[in-house]
Write a protein that binds this ligand. Structure first.
Ligand SMILES: [Zn+2]
Ligand SMILES: [Zn+2]
Length: 346
């Protein structure tokens, strides 16, 4: 079968012919209908090497149809429409038992640790399979696996957003935009979106933000959020991953507020608050990565019930041969891409 493979930073993605996967015990082969292209795929090309021997088939946001199942598979049957929750841990180690399966030391995510879903089919463990409800397209389900489930997990499970919350979302790109919509669905009264692009803020307003801040150099965005939320945000969702945006997020909190960092950056975070204030105001800074299977089930249910719109965020649909162009489009932002999905059968 055809697969789009990564050979190392700075090297072109190649469309190779690779063996069709075969399901062993507890494993499932899924024929890919759609797989989202993610910012992390672009990070790999730019030098953040995936933790796997190369070459590696990329693609970690897949949905498709179950083709075959191995022995002892009870979660699905051939023909089922499914989304793949690639970031699921072993379920039995100390970290998984403590409730952090995405940090499981023996995790094997397709597209990161093992061959992924920019291919005609992918092999996956049965505990990663989530059924897609009627009325949700497989392309929307693919986008849900990461771009929607990740901010949902951050807001609901990590920050434990409360009803009528005042929320700030820093960075209104893919994840942030979904974060704006999800904050409203999860009961937020007020959502302030922050970005450097007027276009992104426009989308954020349409997704449910009732205030926006166009961030410019030298502007005290934290103070602006304090003012707009009348005393600080209950929850700040940071989707950029830069020291500056983390500092803004921490400065925007009300006493007892929670800053949840979803952005992935390699620099240390910065917090410009005197330690005494940090203690006195009982502030919390949380990391959040990916989501749990339950989160994916819940966002697919929200999509099926029409409470969130994923379909309209898909701006480009590409074939497998066009994966290199898709990655380049996401890197340069040329053509204003939002979510790009690869549809191997198109
Ligand atoms: Zn991703
Ligand atoms: Zn584990």
């Amino acid at each position: 079968m055809k697969a789009a493979r990564f050979y190392g930073a700075g090297q072109p993605i190649r469309i190779d012919e690779v063996p069709y996967p075969e399901a062993g015990p507890g494993e499932v082969v899924v024929r890919i209908a759609a797989c989202g292209i993610c910012g992390s795929d672009v990070h790999f090309l730019e030098g953040l090497e995936p933790p796997a021997p190369l070459p590696l088939t990329l693609g970690h946001e897949p949905a498709g149809i179950v083709e075959s199942v191995g022995e002892d598979v009870h979660t699905c049957m051939p023909g089922d429409r499914v989304a793949l929750h690639v970031g699921n841990g072993c379920g039995t180690c100390r970290i998984c038992m403590a409730g952090h399966p995405t940090s499981c030391p023996s995790i094997k995510c397709p597209g990161l640790h093992i061959d992924g879903a920019f291919a005609e089919a992918v092999l996956i463990a049965q505990n990663c399979i989530v059924p897609v409800p009627d009325g949700v397209s497989l392309a929307a389900a693919a986008v849900a696996t990461d771009c929607v489930a990740t901010p949902y997990h951050a807001l609901k499970c990590r920050a434990q957003i409360e009803d009528r919350a005042r929320v700030a979302v820093i960075g209104a790109g893919g994840l942030g935009l979904q974060g704006v919509a999800l904050a409203r669905v999860l009961g937020a009264d007020q959502v302030v979106a922050v970005d450097v692009s007027e276009l992104a803020l426009d989308r954020a307003r349409r997704a449910g933000a009732n205030a926006t801040i166009l961030s410019k150099p030298g502007e005290d965005v934290g103070a602006r959020i304090q003012q707009l939320t009348d005393g600080g945000a209950d929850v700040v969702l940071e989707c950029v991953g830069l020291p500056d945006t983390v500092a803004i997020g921490a400065a925007a909190l009300r006493p007892g507020g929670r800053l949840v960092v979803v952005g992935v950056g390699m620099e240390p975070p910065r917090v410009d608050i005197p330690m005494a204030f940090f203690a006195v105001f009982e502030l919390t800074i949380l990391g959040s990565f990916g989501s749990h299977v339950r989160d994916l089930k819940e966002v697919l249910r929200l999509a099926a019930d029409g409470r969130i719109d994923i379909e309209h965020t898909i701006s480009h649909r590409l074939s497998l041969d066009e994966v290199p162009e898709g990655l380049e489009m996401l890197r340069t932002k040329k053509g204003d891409p939002q979510r790009i999905v690869v549809e191997p059968e198109s």
